[in-house]
Design a protein around this ligand. Sequence first.
Ligand code: DGY
Length: 314
Amino acid sequence: MKPTVFAVRALPGGVPAEVTARAELRGGEAKPAPRERIHAEGVEAGILVVTYLDRVDDALLDGLPNVRLVASYGVGVNHVDLPAMARRGVVVTNTPDVLTDATADLAMALLLAAARRVCEGDRLIRAGGWRDAGPEFLLGREVSGKTLGIVGFGRIGQAVARRASGFGMRILYASPRDAGYPGATRTDLDALLATSDFVSLHCPLTDATRDLLSRERISRMKPGAVLVNTSRGPVVDEEALADALADGRLFAAGLDVFRDEPRVPERLRRAENAVLTPHVGSGTVETRTAMGRMVWDEVLRRLTGRPPAFPVVI
Ligand code: DGY
């Protein structure tokens, strides 16, 4: 009898034939399977395939007593209760590296769009509101030569630094570790916030980074700064951010992630100076397909008795 793999939803790129030849695949439809169905159909599964959108915790695993591998699509693992998985002896894998460039590209897109008021201009034209275009019309903020503060300086943070260097930006970063990155200066978070014209968030969501950009810290950002967030929504106090955007303390924000997705606070949706995208940092055909391949590769490794390529270490 073939081992059972349960996939909470379909992944881009489809399931490789090597996997279907070796395992019975259940689930894997476009819409995510509800918990009752996962429990009913996945009870024999030794491998569970999830995405960064699917919560994985004791309550889920209680109904899946045979699961030994959770192969997760995405680099962030804040949706997985890692201590619970460690206690249960369940290995968790993710899909790092492959989405670094796509996510860094989106961070730069949001930075540029927010600084240059791209979406405001677009909305204005569509509404038929472009009449007078005097010298002070729709002025943005210069990007070239400005200081970019990067919070969290792992793979994606460094990829943003490489792109920003091309714009002649001075790079500061705040990180628990010295990255030894030529041309970037490590500093503490408060100094970074006080001196950066642009701040881009690239830290994982953990207990230490939840509410990192608190009201207090937002109030200490350089006046007129632009905040970009492609990491996770709960890193930022959204109410405080909405206040800072409304009173002009911050010039603008570019946000791809929110605290309670897919809900976005009304005040942010109404803020002309907020550029909003729906959590699509890794959202290119190439990257999302490559992420899917990585997940199935982890499944195949397990099915053929090989160690995981990208285990998440707590
Ligand atoms: C991730 O991988 O964690 C992203 O948020 C989705 O690409």
